[in-house]
Design a protein around this ligand. Structure first.
Ligand code: C5P
Length: 225
């Protein structure tokens, strides 16, 4: 990890969960802690990058000198990500974006009815990292995603790398003991078209520093985007 290895570069990181409102008091979300994204933001700052952290609700302290853009829903995160992605050289999607949101947002709190069942219709959210990866040449940053999988980890991660047209993907086993969601530790495999590299179990900040060092080497040497 070289101090200054990202100086002059802008890094945009998405982190945390998103919340998809059902009515004024309820939402659908997930257990993402945001820890991996925040650790990446700290490592990017330490490497000298201008760092923008677009984060869903986490309650984590924002690292010093990081520009924090708080968002709630996937739609908010999508909008902010596209605004900032066009002016950065490295985009890292560490957020656990909700795949679906309620088709309608009830204006008033939904009342308990007589029925024992209720149905909430969901519609798909936009894929943020795929939209960034689809930006035209000259606006498209080096685009990195995460794959959190409970089975066939590397196979699914390779599929996502292809399908979303990413430059690199970080595969994350979410069922292994003591790593992944909400944990302070992680173990990942980095996959790109040149091959695979496993990073052993360690703190998320250790993983983040290794990832940022590796990404700094992969970025095009000069020019914007
Ligand atoms: O498709 P899946 O959600 O498994 O892909 C995970 C990767 O895609 C992560 O990098 C995540 O941040 C990103 N993603 C996104 N927008 C979505 C869904 C996932 O940026 N709507």
């Amino acid at each position: 990890f070289e101090t200054g290895s990202l100086s002059g570069k802008t890094v945009v990181i998405t982190a945390g969960p998103t919340r998809e409102a059902v009515d004024p008091v309820r939402y659908i979300s997930n257990h993402s802690s945001g820890k991996m994204g925040y650790a990446l933001a700290q490592a990017a700052i330490d490497a000298g990058a201008k760092t923008i952290l677009i984060s869903g609700p986490t309650g984590l302290p924002v690292p010093d000198r990081v520009q924090h853009i708080p968002v709630i829903s996937a739609d908010d995160m999508y909008r902010e990500s596209l605004v900032h992605a066009v002016d950065c050289q490295l985009f890292i999607a560490a957020a656990a974006v909700a795949d679906y949101r309620p088709a309608v947002l009830a204006e008033q709190k939904i009342k308990k009815g007589a029925d024992d069942e209720m149905v909430i219709r969901l519609v798909k959210n936009p894929d943020i990292v795929a939209a960034v990866a689809a930006l035209p040449q000259g606006q498209r940053p080096f685009t990195v995603g995460f794959a959190a999988e409970s089975e066939c980890l590397l196979q699914h991660a390779r599929g996502k790398l292809e399908r979303k047209n990413l430059d690199l993907i970080i595969a994350n086993d979410i069922v292994a003991e003591g790593i992944g969601f909400n944990s302070d530790d992680n173990a990942v495999t980095v996959i790109d078209k040149s091959g695979e590299l496993a990073l052993d179990k360690q703190s998320k900040s250790g993983i983040a520093r290794q990832l940022i060092a590796l990404l700094a080497k992969k970025l095009p040497a000069s020019g914007t985007n």
